[in-house]
Write a protein that binds this ligand. Structure first.
Ligand SMILES: Nc1nc2c(ncn2[C@@H]2O[C@H](COP(=O)(O)OP(=O)(O)OP(=O)(O)O)[C@@H](O)[C@H]2O)c(=O)[nH]1
Ligand SMILES: C=C(OP(=O)(O)O)C(=O)O
Length: 236
């Protein structure tokens, strides 16, 4: 059964609907296990999602953010920021979750401009996301590779274009193979910096994570991400 909240963001000016997938927190971020126990991983997974969603909602080009998740605690925390929630498709995986989120958006607005954005971008800045969305507007379908250059953190389908998510592992090549245009943008490191491994977490800390992640890292202490600063991300 799908639950949708009322639209707290109805009336926002931006054209883009973002679809943000989020696994149940207890299962998320398993590749951080070498550095962090399950409780810490769940806290960080939620903080990453909060910083991602807060930055997305602060971007003027964004009309609304739809989070696809079965996690009630995460859903409540992200709804409190102004995101809309929809349930996951049971055990069908990431691309099915994204397709479901896209259908949910387009059920109400069939030609809506859509973009998938990973929930693990703790150093996302609204200004960087605005540059990515502006560049994506020039193409029916576009994507941004992750910081490692192997995966994808952002995939768009402009108004009326089909949404063809092929996330998971080496998705950069798959998104190119299905005809999405790779965006060649400098200076959007926060949009590309997904956090999968302890090294990624250190890199995000050096970029400057948002306030939710910074607070969790401070509480976890230096062992969580030894190098770099933990101050909140500056605006823009
Ligand atoms: N709704 C939903 N989101 C998913 C699913 N699988 C992955 N995601 C989300 O997709 C994004 C990218 O996933 P991963 O980088 O693999 O994140 P993860 O699964 O938490 O990390 P690992 O456990 O290390 O693989 C994150 O925002 C995940 O929460 C799924 O089956 N359903
Ligand atoms: C989901 C992806 O990869 P990862 O799980 O490595 O973040 C991806 O980049 O498509």
């Amino acid at each position: 059964m799908t639950r949708m909240r009322t639209e707290p963001d109805a009336g926002r000016a931006g054209p883009w609907s973002l679809v943000v997938p989020l696994k149940p927190l207890a299962l998320a971020k398993s590749r951080l296990a070498p550095a962090l126990d399950g409780t810490a991983r769940a806290r960080l997974a939620l903080a990453f999602a909060q910083d991602t969603v807060a930055a997305a909602l602060a971007c003027a080009a964004v009309r609304d953010v739809v989070v696809v998740t079965d996690d009630a605690r995460a859903g409540a925390a992200l709804a409190a920021l102004g995101a809309r929630m929809t349930d996951d498709t049971p055990a069908a995986g990431l691309n099915a979750a994204l397709a479901h989120g896209a259908r949910t958006v387009r059920a109400a607005r069939p030609r809506a401009a859509l973009a998938a954005l990973n929930a693990d971008l703790p150093a996302l800045r609204p200004g960087e996301l605005a540059r990515v969305l502006a560049a994506a507007s020039a193409h029916p379908r576009a994507f941004l590779p992750d910081a490692a250059g192997i995966g994808t953190t952002f995939l768009s389908a402009a108004a009326g274009a089909p949404f063809r998510p092929r996330f998971g592992g080496a998705s950069r090549a798959r998104h190119a193979a299905v005809g999405a245009v790779e965006l060649a943008l400098d200076a959007v490191p926060g949009v590309r910096r997904d956090v999968d491994t302890p090294a990624d977490l250190r890199a995000a800390r050096e970029l400057g994570p948002g306030p939710h992640t910074a607070a969790v890292l401070a509480a976890l202490g230096p062992a969580a991400a030894p190098a770099g600063r933990a101050s909140p991300a500056p605006p823009g």
